[in-house]
Design a protein around this ligand. Structure first.
Ligand SMILES: Nc1ncnc2c1ncn2[C@@H]1O[C@H](COP(=O)(O)OP(=O)(O)O)[C@@H](O)[C@H]1O
Ligand SMILES: [Mg+2]
Length: 229
């Protein structure tokens, strides 16, 4: 194992079973190495398996064949609790539909990962600082549904970053925003990732955004391939 990789996947295979109990093969013999501090984009048609792969990379789905090392740790040898711990401390997710908790205020949503990880000291101040940086200082006590889509996504981005994770995963994060808002948010987001030297894997349908990555992968034949291969 080489230390400069945050994640290494070898021979990944992932199947689902459909309602007729037959096997659907989504990922077959996929190999992938993710360099520390790099930005990787994944593009490909709907239904090709992008979200499935992101869930595996993000340690949300452990039901697969093959090997996955995260920070040099063989994940198949870890207990569920260990995996949950690694995910909680090291990985931030951003989804297309924000997935904010409507009953909680903006700042409570952002604080949540800190509270879950028992990282409660200064959780309010840390979250507030991030929300101010994201231009949301006027909104911290609002409920998410009172905000625009762009504001909700900025809250979700702040929540994904509050724990200072090593890896950020974004699944079509601008897919539900108008073009102008999407452009502003994506620019801001990429800038933050670069300034803070984070590792990012993002799925997008937007060619301009995908080109901002250091490596661009295309989902084809049940695996991902570098687009210049
Ligand atoms: N839990 C599941 N059970 C059965 N099939 C699934 C499940 N999740 C996704 N699929 C199927 O797997 C394929 C890939 O899905 P997904 O990874 O969501 O694709 P993408 O994100 O590229 O649009 C799709 O055909 C989808 O219907
Ligand atoms: Mg998807």
């Amino acid at each position: 194992m080489n230390n400069k990789y945050l994640l290494e996947i070898t021979n990944l295979c992932k199947n689902y079973t459909n309602e007729n109990n037959s096997k659907i093969e989504i990922i077959k013999n996929l190999n992938f190495k993710l360099k520390q501090n790099s930005k990787v984009s994944i593009v490909g048609p709907s239904g090709s398996g992008k979200t499935t792969l992101l869930n595996i990379i993000g340690l949300l789905d452990a039901e697969f064949d093959g090997k996955l090392y995260f920070n040099n740790k063989n994940i198949s040898l870890c207990s569920k609790d260990e995996i949950n711990n690694i995910r909680g401390l090291s990985i931030g997710f951003i989804h297309q539909f924000f997935h904010l908790i409507p009953e909680l205020t903006v700042i409570e949503n952002v604080m949540l990962p800190l509270l879950i990880n028992k990282n409660e000291t200064n959780s309010y101040e840390t979250s507030k600082k991030l929300l101010i940086e994201f231009g949301l200082n006027e909104r911290i006590n609002y409920k998410p549904l009172k905000l625009s889509g762009g504001e909700q996504q900025r809250v979700a981005i702040a929540r994904s970053l509050v724990n200072n994770p090593d890896l950020i995963l974004a699944d079509e994060m601008t897919g539900n925003l108008d073009e102008n808002t999407a452009n502003n948010i994506f620019k801001f987001f990429i800038n933050y990732i670069e300034q803070n030297k984070k590792t990012l894997v993002y799925v997008t349908h937007n060619k301009t955004y995908s080109l901002l990555a250091d490596e661009i992968y295309y989902f084809k034949n049940k695996k991902i391939q570098l687009t210049n291969e």
